[in-house]
Design a protein around this ligand. Structure first.
Ligand code: CAP
Ligand code: MG
Length: 414
């Protein structure tokens, strides 16, 4: 490879305040130094051949530097000057740290495992407006995990049926409801009608029981429309917004989080993430997406289900995602981690033991599949969260709580 040695800085001290540090796991037949240099080259100043246009000054100031190689893992430091945050933002960050390198023929596989941004870049982002504490105070739920549902079936219900579901869920004690990721503005359930009907249902929950619940409306859409759609949903009474971060892009979250007219928390869904995060040898670790989601202002983020459920990934990776949401190492409000996907009441104690109390636990099928319907399913979920928060085994708690007992009978204990 051209200039390979010039990209290698293996025994040099690096100024961490002026570089973005990325860790890549690499699968290659080449020497690791060659493979690592190929990434640093492609993602900064080089290409496949020597360039007449690359001068020494530019080379030294803008090149990615291979700063460590440990087995098949390499760390590469990209100078902050390579990044353009005023115009460019997260899309441009991703084009450097997670761009062309995935297609390099020299590598049979490469996975971006982690990224660390210097303070000077982090301070250009504002992070969540609400986060864990904001959501907890909205919901008047200071310590226990939040407990929610995804309205199921995913699509097909009318606005009234959706609102009836939400009412039942709220009366059963759930704190959070949400649209499913494939529900948008279909003719059978127009967004505006849905927002109005759900807002009315949530008001009724509050007046009938005193209980506070919010519901995230899926505003995922084209870039040129998202702010307008979110503003309209807010105007009509939406209490939370939901955005699919990978299909819409990180800019979609940022525009909603930073626009002064939007005063609602943002629930960040990650549909499509499995295409990038699940192969241990190629792709992008969810932790990277969690870091970026927090930077751009997501208030709650799907992090996985810690080794249980229909979409379970590696529990240790889910825990790392959760830690990114909550760590004080990032200069922003903490993001509420969300455990979702095939969840049912019998899993809740285990989820809380693994992830702690700062967690939103939600279930679609695990609520509306309950033998007593949505209200019964919501009660079973709430009871399981209460038991877990009090550190009482679920089968013991179920002796005095019939909905939980029926859920455990149907789905078992994790
Ligand atoms: C869960 C869910 C969520 C997934 C997302 C679904 O429904 O609504 O989208 O949890 O997974 O459509 O599958 P169920 P992740 O509770 O009925 O399974 O958080 O892993 O991205
Ligand atoms: Mg879903």
């Amino acid at each position: 490879m051209e200039y390979e040695d010039r990209y290698l800085h293996l025994n040099e001290a690096i100024d961490l305040d002026s570089h973005v540090i990325c860790r890549y796991k690499v699968k290659t037949d080449l020497k690791m130094t060659t493979a690592a240099a190929a990434i640093a080259t492609e993602q900064s100043t080089g290409t496949w051949t020597k360039l007449s246009t690359l001068n020494d000054d530019n080379f030294l100031k803008r090149s990615g530097k291979v700063i460590a190689i440990d087995g098949n893992v390499t760390s590469i430091a990209f100078p902050v000057e390579d990044f353009s945050l005023d115009i460019g933002g997260v899309p441009q960050i991703l084009s450097i740290i997670a761009g062309n390198l995935f297609g390099l023929d020299a590598l049979q596989g490469v996975r971006l495992e982690d990224v660390i941004f210097p303070k000077c870049m982090l301070k250009e982002f504002k992070g969540p407006k609400f986060g864990v504490d904001g959501l907890r105070s909205m919901l008047k739920r200071p310590t226990k995990p939040l407990v929610g549902t995804i309205v199921k079936p995913k699509i097909g219900l009318t606005p009234k049926e959706t609102a009836d579901y939400v009412y039942e869920a709220g009366m059963g004690g759930l704190t959070n409801g949400k649209d499913d990721e494939t529900l948008s503005n279909q003719k059978f359930c127009p967004l505006e009608d849905r927002v109005v009907a759900i807002a009315e249902a949530l008001d009724r929950v509050r007046s009938d029981s005193g209980h506070v619940m919010i519901h995230a409306i899926n505003v995922s859409t084209n870039g040129h429309q998202i702010l307008e759609v979110a503003e309209r949903a807010q105007e009509l009474g939406a209490s939370q917004l939901m955005v699919d971060v990978l299909t819409c892009g990180f800019g979609a979250i940022q525009v909603l989080a930073e626009d002064p007219s939007i005063k609602l928390p943002i629930h960040v869904h990650r549909t499509m993430h499995g295409a990038m995060t699940r192969n241990p040898e190629h792709g992008i670790n969810m932790k990277v997406f969690a870091t970026l989601s927090r930077m751009v202002g997501g208030d709650a983020l799907h992090v996985g289900t810690f080794g249980v459920g229909k979409m379970k990934g590696e529990a240790h990776e889910d825990l790392a995602n959760k830690d990114v949401c909550l760590t004080n190492d990032l200069p922003y409000k903490r993001v509420m981690p969300v455990a979702s996907g095939g969840v049912q009441p019998g899993m809740i104690k285990k989820l809380v033991e693994m992830a702690g109390m700062d967690l939103q636990i939600q279930a679609g099928g695990g609520v509306s599949g309950h033998p007593r319907g949505v209200r019964g399913g919501a009660r079973a979920m709430s009871q399981a969260v209460d038991a877990a928060a009090a550190d009482i085994p679920l089968d013991v708690y179920a002796k005095d709580h019939v909905e939980l007992a029926e859920a455990l009978k149907k789905w078992g204990l994790a």
